[in-house]
Design a protein around this ligand. Structure first.
Ligand SMILES: Nc1ncnc2c1ncn2[C@@H]1O[C@H](COP(=O)(O)OP(=O)(O)O)[C@@H](O)[C@H]1O
Ligand SMILES: [Mg+2]
Length: 279
């Protein structure tokens, strides 16, 4: 499917405005729901995946699974369907910038870190209690908005559960292109070893995100994808306070427990991680 022009009407209801983002699987447009008079985001599968019925099936399944979970820090799914045979999902429009853009633009203060961290853990806790595993937690899948007047941060997690598809993409990325791509940084050892993916996999990824938010660095340093994977699977990460001694010891303990290599040694639930933060 060619790029959609502004004004295109999807399903007699969603009027396309502009493309607002792309990922490994999807192209996302900002649109107006002309029936309910509200902004929405419409996600299509990228052109190269459009004829893949398996991807279409998973795309819709994930929309249905995500829509079962009702939480203020998880994107709300409104609808799904086909436009000229191309599958799409309609969801709430998320304002703000993705967490990777925020990390680039600012160094986060304690208040910002605590607020973002707690909301991420609450989103994951709810998702996991509903048997929804994200599988691709990374800053590009987290939208953050900030109110200057109240100095409050608002977090929304999106792009749930498409890990199976994205993992296939990543395998290709590793084989064909030997540079370290963003999403690989947040993947847990078991994702490289063909192990079981469960809620602890999400906790690992969030642990890497916390690590990066707290010290501006990743737990490992590698020249290429193979070295990265080798380190994630076999090497101990640099203790957080070696990068930044100002970080509180209990935060370091938490983050290091979230990125333990063996899922059995890892912090087991988002709720227990959330409990470390005092409101
Ligand atoms: N609901 C939304 N509202 C606004 N922008 C969105 C929304 N969902 C996704 N985006 C933008 O589109 C990009 C790609 O979306 P995503 O769902 O992560 O696709 P993929 O599955 O290909 O990774 C995101 O990084 C974000 O910038
Ligand atoms: Mg994504």
């Amino acid at each position: 499917m060619a790029t959609l022009d502004p004004g295109t009407l999807i399903d007699n209801r969603y009027q396309i405005m502009s493309c607002v983002g792309q990922g490994g699987l999807g192209v996302v447009y900002g649109a107006q729901d002309i029936r309910l008079h509200r902004p929405v985001a419409v996600k299509f599968v990228r052109e190269e995946h459009q004829s893949d019925k398996q991807i279409e099936k998973q795309f819709f399944e994930e929309a249905i699974h995500t829509s079962q979970v009702n939480h203020q820090n998880i994107v709300t799914i409104h609808d799904f369907g086909h436009y000229q045979d191309h599958p799409f999902i309609v969801m709430e429009f998320l304002d703000g910038c993705t967490l990777d853009q925020l990390i680039l633009a600012h160094s986060l203060h304690d208040h910002a870190f605590q607020s973002i961290a707690c909301q991420l853990l609450e989103a994951l806790d709810t998702a996991h209690r509903n048997n929804l595993i994200h599988g691709d937690m990374q800053p590009k899948n987290i939208m953050v908005s900030h109110s200057v007047t109240t100095n409050r941060y608002w977090v929304k997690v999106f792009d749930f559960g498409l890990c199976r598809i994205l993992r296939t993409d990543l395998k290709q990325a590793v084989d064909e292109d030997n540079t370290v791509v963003g999403s690989i940084h947040y993947m847990a050892p078991e994702q490289f070893q063909g192990g079981n993916i469960d809620r602890r996999t999400d906790l690992y990824s969030i642990g890497v995100i916390f690590y990066e938010l707290l010290c501006g660095k990743l737990p490992f340093d590698a020249e290429n994808v193979h070295e990265w994977i080798e380190k994630v699977v076999f090497q101990e990460p640099v203790p957080l306070r070696q990068h930044n001694p100002d970080i509180a010891e209990d935060l370091e303990t938490l983050v290091m427990a979230m990125i333990a290599k063996n899922p059995a040694d890892r912090l087991q639930t988002a709720a227990s991680a959330r409990g470390v933060f005092v409101d």
